[in-house]
Design a protein around this ligand. Structure first.
Ligand code: BTN
Length: 261
């Protein structure tokens, strides 16, 4: 290792000991995508609570059909299997819940300031993207399952970042072992999942408290290819971002948001 190469030890599995009452954590050296693997396991009957971590993903999936690629051991990449007992109307809030748990876990593990959410669930530090989340739903013989896939840039260098608007914990000034970070994020999930299953209003309040998007002028690239520009004014009961434009209020269910100011 040269002086400029980042240190990338294997994930410390002993660091997740305090969350094993709730989660079954498994670590693999390399796979294409932990979301794809956990979806297969869900279809094969795996119970809720599985957490699959990969030291390296070779075909990681991102939101809006993008890819998510990180160098071996540079990021914390994992997927959580849930089998939620919630009404269909509540499902769209799950990606926001996952974002909230990740932001809180990052803050707790690193004591970084300036950690915030960009709708729906990008975790930002100082306005740059630190973590991305992809929630997928799969139908299984035991009912609908949710795969919550989380990728957090940990020791990624500036040269390794996919876009200049991204960042990593090391670049933001935080040194953290990835097992300890995993434990912090997993530790936040059970309570938030309970709130998700029972109390929409409490969840919206908690989310808006940490979401930087609402109140800002935003540009949203919609899946149709169109761009919507306006002020984000809230999040509705279906987890959609309400954007106020000259033509009125538009609820946005999917899209890429840029904070203009
Ligand atoms: C995004 O911001 O576009 C979402 C990125 C989600 C990446 C994570 S890494 C672990 C899990 N497995 C995947 O293939 N994707 C998610």
């Amino acid at each position: 290792m040269t002086a400029s190469e980042p240190s990338r030890p294997p994930l410390d599995r002993s660091a997740v000991a305090d969350v094993t009452a709730y989660w079954r954590v498994q670590v693999v050296e390399e796979t294409a995508s932990t979301n794809a693997d956990v979806a297969e396991r869900a279809k094969a009957g795996e119970p809720a609570g599985l957490v699959l971590v990969a030291e390296h993903q070779t075909a990681g999936r991102g939101r809006l059909d993008r890819s998510w690629e990180t160098p071996p051991r540079a990021a914390l990449t994992f997927s959580v299997l849930l089998r939620p007992a919630v009404e269909p109307a509540q499902w769209p809030w799950l990606p926001l819940v996952a974002g909230l748990a990740t932001a809180r876990g990052v803050r707790r593990a690193t004591a970084l300031t300036g950690v915030a959410l960009k709708w729906p669930n990008d975790v930002l530090v100082g306005g740059a993207k630190l973590a991305g989340i992809l929630v997928e739903r799969v139908d299984t013989a035991e009912g609908a399952a949710a795969i919550v896939g989380i990728g957090i840039n940990v020791s990624t260098t500036t040269e390794e970042l996919p876009v200049p608007t991204a960042t990593s914990l090391v670049l933001a000034g935080a040194e953290i072992e990835r097992g300890a970070l995993l434990s912090a994020v997993l530790g936040e999930l059970p309570h938030l999942l309970e709130v998700w299953e029972t109390a929409t209003e409490e969840l919206r309040t908690a989310y808006l408290d940490e979401c930087d998007t609402v109140g800002q002028v935003v540009e949203v690239s919609l899946p149709t290819g169109e761009t919507l520009t306006g002020r984000a004014v809230g999040v509705d009961d279906e987890g959609r971002l309400d954007v106020e434009t000259d033509e009125g209020r538009t609820p946005v269910g999917a899209g890429d948001v840029v904070h203009v100011r």
